[in-house]
Design a protein. Structure first.
Lengths: 195, 195
DNA sequence: GATTACACGTGATGC
DNA sequence: TGCATCACGTGTAAT
């Protein structure tokens, strides 16, 4: 406890005792110091791991904490980025979606969508086998609000999938077949791996 | 630029000019100030958003940044908890996994797993249609390191899926059929909805 | 020219 | 005892 460091001489120090504009600057410095100490206290209360009440220690702990947080953020967001392609999908959707298909040159990738009327849609997609293609496609359909009624999947030399879907209630209705195609190509071509 | 604040009088200040043990403490204070400034610089280089080079501003920005980071961590981790059921699955796995199957009373739910040898496994699962059952099952298989080679899905009155899987390389090998069954029942019965 | 921010040296205080 | 940390008042450069 350092407790009230004995401000010693009250305002008006030795040299500028009688002048009219004596401690203008002094007061400013006092305020500055106070602000700084307040910030320091806030820091101490914000950062959980405070080893000592030292100024330097506080700053050091803060640095460590920030680094640790950014690290965690990074890893977690990486997992988030690869695991559910939904976010990327949604983003690509809201931002127009027809920039261009990222056709991942030199790997097979094609899709065929047929609107059967009555909210029913027939899906065919085929691409070179990549881990996660199936899960990405299923997720993409889910995001699009297309419920799979029946599907057949083969993942040997290529990944091939045929599915009959119905438009889920309450989801974004009236999606064009082309939108569906773009989304599926995107997700399947992405080749993102889960976990 | 505040640039080399003119240290003014070199070591040996006005009062302790001739004494032998004069500025012992002085040096210490110098070192202290240096350490503190170093920490401050490290902070400035660690925190991306530095509005001004002020000491107080630096601390303030740091506080804001830490708060923002913790906030993002919190929200992201919350999303992680709900969106991919993988984490729940993995947790259930590492913590024994055989507490009891949460058999979601009054809804159909059954699975059958056959080990075909050579890392090949035949999966059959059937449950009352619930949104997300397919995606949950596919995700679960992915987490288990089982790559789907072929599968057939029907989602009309019930959700039914048959699949031939092969053990993915590098993933946790030698999973018992019972473990697979438990995991699948869990995920399918969960009925968790993505997004 | 007034205000702001900093570094400096020093005395005080707790380990 | 010395060693570390702190608050203080002041000089001074930059805005």
């Amino acid at each position: 406890m350092r407790s009230m460091p004995a401000s010693g001489t009250h305002p008006e120090s030795k040299l500028n005792a009688g002048s009219g504009t004596p401690s203008k600057n002094l007061m400013a410095e006092r305020r500055r110091r106070k602000r700084l100490n307040d910030r320091l206290s806030m820091l101490r209360s914000t950062v959980p791991k405070i080893s000592k009440m030292d100024r330097t220690a506080t700053l050091g702990d803060t640095i460590d904490y920030v680094k640790e947080l950014t690290k965690r953020i990074k890893t977690v967001e990486e997992e988030m980025g690869t695991t559910p392609e939904e976010l990327n999908l949604l983003k690509n959707f809201s931002s127009g979606g027809n920039e261009e298909t990222p056709t991942r040159s030199s790997t097979k990738l094609c899709a065929n969508i047929e609107n059967q009327g009555g909210g029913d849609t027939k899906i065919e997609i085929c691409c070179s086998t990549n881990p996660g293609a199936l899960i990405a496609t299923v997720t993409a359909l889910d995001v699009l609000g297309l419920e799979i009624e029946q599907c057949v999947v083969s993942c040997f030399s290529d990944f091939a999938m045929q599915a009959s879907c119905s438009q889920a209630e309450g989801k974004r209705q009236v999606i064009s077949t082309d939108e569906i195609k773009q989304a599926l190509l995107r997700s399947a071509g992405y080749g993102a791996r889960c976990l």
